[in-house]
Ligand binder design. Structure first.
Ligand code: RIB
Length: 304
């Protein structure tokens, strides 16, 4: 079995729930405040670990109380933290999240995540069959260095270009599988997209990406499921009808599950079905990293 290596962010998510989101300049009364482990990198590493893949996280924490709590939590989920450094004079990444009607708004303050460097990704020794995963809450120069090493070792690279940011051609060239939502696709394809658009719009936008047809492109469409282009051929995996309470981390769950399945030697379409089912479980729970499902839970959903 291959292993999953995630170079990415680790955040404490400070979550306030309310009946509705405030307008700009407005204050609304909230219901509750929670402190949930999160950060896109940590969420993806937890998802992969809980689904049975050996999962190593490469990242940074501040030398503070949030850092200690996150280290304890991640270790308890089975994530290998040997390459997570405590960093002096900087705070642990923190996301301030508001949830109302299952939808969220997020402000991320990167803290130590901004210091994850190209030097940090030189330690892991990747091999053929491994899967290297990253996202945009750490510097792109670091991701480039990481993916160059992964490619040289014959590992598969997965990029989740979130939050939406312009991506260099050098980085895109190093990617085997791109997993993105409609906002991120719109930015990279330079086209305006909405989550209500017909799937054909996403196919056309994906074909405009400067990536070439050798890459697999997965567009996550929330409750509508996932649109995948494999070798340029589109297919739609329908979303599962569930009652979402918090969609935070659902995309990360999808990415981590996909990586775990590919590391386990599964074919891409089977891996996508599995990841889609995993994400449908995640949205039914509060919090990001604590919502990641186990393999037994995903299997039960796929059998139902
Ligand atoms: O993708 C969800 C994550 O984005 C949250 O856990 C939050 O930390 C932000 O990074």
């Amino acid at each position: 079995m291959g292993r999953v290596f995630v170079a990415g962010s680790i955040n404490m998510d400070v979550v306030a729930t309310a009946d509705r989101h405030p307008k700009v300049g407005e204050t609304v009364a909230g219901q509750a405040v929670h402190y949930f482990p999160g950060g896109k990198g940590a969420n993806q590493a937890v998802a992969a670990a809980k689904l049975g893949a050996p999962s190593t996280l490469i990242g940074r924490l501040g030398a503070d109380a949030f850092g200690q709590q996150l280290r304890q939590f991640l270790s308890a989920q089975g994530v290998d933290l040997a390459l997570v450094k405590d960093t002096a004079n900087v705070h642990t990444g923190t996301a301030v999240i508001t949830i109302a009607d299952a939808d969220n708004t997020i402000v991320v303050v990167p803290g130590a995540n901004a210091l994850v460097s190209a030097g940090d990704v030189t330690a892991p020794v990747l091999a053929k069959g491994d899967v290297a995963v990253s996202q945009f809450e750490i510097p792109q120069t670091t991701i480039i260095a990481f993916f160059k090493r992964a490619r040289a070792a014959g590992a598969t690279t997965i990029l989740n270009p979130a939050p939406a940011t312009v991506c260099s051609h050098e980085l895109l060239d190093l990617v085997d599988i791109l997993v993105l939502n409609e906002t991120e696709l719109g930015l990279l394809a330079q086209i305006e997209l909405h989550d209500t658009d017909d799937p054909i719009c996403f196919v056309e936008a994906a074909r405009r990406l400067p990536t070439g047809l050798d890459k697999t492109i997965c567009v996550t469409l929330g409750k509508r499921g996932v649109l995948a282009l494999v070798g340029g051929e589109p297919s739609l995996i329908s979303g599962r009808a569930v009652k979402a309470v918090d969609t935070t981390g659902a995309g990360d769950c999808f990415v981590g599950a996909l990586a775990a399945q590919l590391a386990n030697g599964k074919a891409i379409h089977d891996a996508l079905e599995y990841a889609n089912a995993a994400a449908s479980i995640c949205v039914q729970r509060m919090g990001a990293a604590p919502s990641m499902p186990t393999a037994a839970e995903v299997t039960a959903v796929l059998r139902s």
